[in-house]
Design a protein around this ligand. Structure first.
Ligand SMILES: [Zn+2]
Length: 383
């Protein structure tokens, strides 16, 4: 295998943009980061990036669809491949195909399809995210009420996490039996709270039982009040858990994004897209199970006006986070790469540009228009 070297770029390494560095990649891994003028080895395949940014690849833990495909309707390897390809063009190098509430046999198909996608080596598939059906009907958003159910001990016993990737399960703590969260965590699930009307106390109990994060903070959950801090209050106050946020300015006001950033810090905040089929396609309408969803000005709404996921991509989420919070590019990218990697417990392999890590990169201009996306030292997208 040839050894690659990227030069003439601004590398995001050690939390800042560094000039004059070259990044050497061998067998899909970052082998060396050195001053450009020390690139002396023979036989290097040197890529001149024309002064562009070289960033760690984005990791998106909530991707319902893309490229015209909805995961719920294509719980197979082909569906996952199409969704992946749609998101590569926005810098995504790792993602979890995300299933919204559906029948348990569809959940099972989604788990096994994700396993096969990883076995077949589809670049970027890190696991799966099962969002529901164990949610609170009062906070269901666009999820189908008829699909929602309680999570019983029997169902917990029947759910098997992926053997080769990460399995995130979003549930409402009040919609599950007492020991469900602890049992799921001990069998290998990463459990998040979402679509929940839980009280502050119920949420704290869930955290004590192993809850690791919160799905789309602020949206579809009990809000922060004076005497009842709700799920939002518990999430913002807790130092150990991660929060996904949808930075599209439609789901969350920029001021709320700033508050979340101040409370959680960049280490515990993750940018997610919650993307639907329109991302990476020009569709103006799609079917979400039994609903028709219209896309206009980048917003997806069902016929009742309820937000139904997004048409957001990761590069836009990073740009929006910079706009909302005033943070510089390295801190915004941290929330798109480093934090989700830590949340998934794969921070040793991905999430930053460091020696020994996988060669997952976004090459972009100063406006974060993506020119190239690399996974494991191979180009998966080129503009
Ligand atoms: Zn949701």
């Amino acid at each position: 295998m040839t050894t690659l070297a990227f030069r003439n770029c601004r590398v995001l390494a050690r939390n800042r943009l560094c000039e004059g560095l070259a990044v050497v990649v061998h067998e899909g891994q970052i082998e060396e980061i050195c001053p450009e003028d020390q690139l002396s080895r023979n036989g290097l395949d040197v890529r001149d990036l024309g002064g562009m940014l070289l960033l760690p690849g984005f990791i998106d833990v909530q991707v319902n669809g893309g490229g015209g495909i909805l995961f719920n309707e294509h719980t197979d390897v082909g569906g996952i491949r199409s969704i992946a390809e749609a998101h590569y063009q926005y810098g995504t190098t790792g993602f979890l195909p995300t299933l919204i509430s559906d029948e348990l046999d569809v959940v099972e198909r989604a788990l096994r399809a994700s396993e096969r996608a990883i076995d077949e080596g589809i670049p970027g598939v890190l696991g799966v995210h099962v969002e529901g059906p164990f949610l609170n009907p009062e906070r269901r958003g666009v999820h189908d009420q008829n699909k929602l159910r309680r999570l019983t001990a029997e169902t917990v016993a029947s759910l098997k996490p992926l053997h080769n990737g990460k399995t995130v399960l979003t549930l409402a703590p009040e919609a599950v039996d007492r020991d469900a969260i602890a049992n799921l965590v001990s069998s290998g699930f990463i459990v998040c709270a979402g679509h929940s009307d839980a009280s502050y106390d119920e949420t704290i109990l869930a955290l004590e039982r192993g809850l690791r994060g919160f799905t789309h903070l602020f949206n579809a959950m009990s809000q922060l009040g004076a005497r009842e801090p709700g799920v939002v209050g518990a999430a913002l106050d807790d130092r150990d858990s991660w929060c996904g946020v949808i930075a599209d300015f439609h789901h969350v006001n920029p001021a709320s994004l700033r508050i979340a950033h101040r409370c959680k810090g960049a280490d515990k905040l993750m940018l997610v897209t919650d993307a639907m089929p329109p991302v990476g396609s020009d569709m103006k309408q799609f079917r979400l199970l039994d609903k028709i969803v219209e896309v206009s000005d980048g917003v997806c709404r069902d016929q009742n006006g309820t937000l139904a996921g997004t048409a957001l991509d990761m590069a836009t989420a990073v740009r929006n986070m910079m706009k909302a919070t005033g943070v510089a590019l390295p801190q915004a990218v941290h929330m798109a790469s480093t934090s989700p990697a830590a949340f998934l417990r794969i921070g040793e392999q991905v999430g930053t540009i460091d020696v020994g890590k996988r060669a997952n990169f976004v090459v972009a201009d100063d406006d974060l228009r993506v020119a190239m996306t690399w996974i494991d030292g191979k180009v998966v997208f080129e503009a």
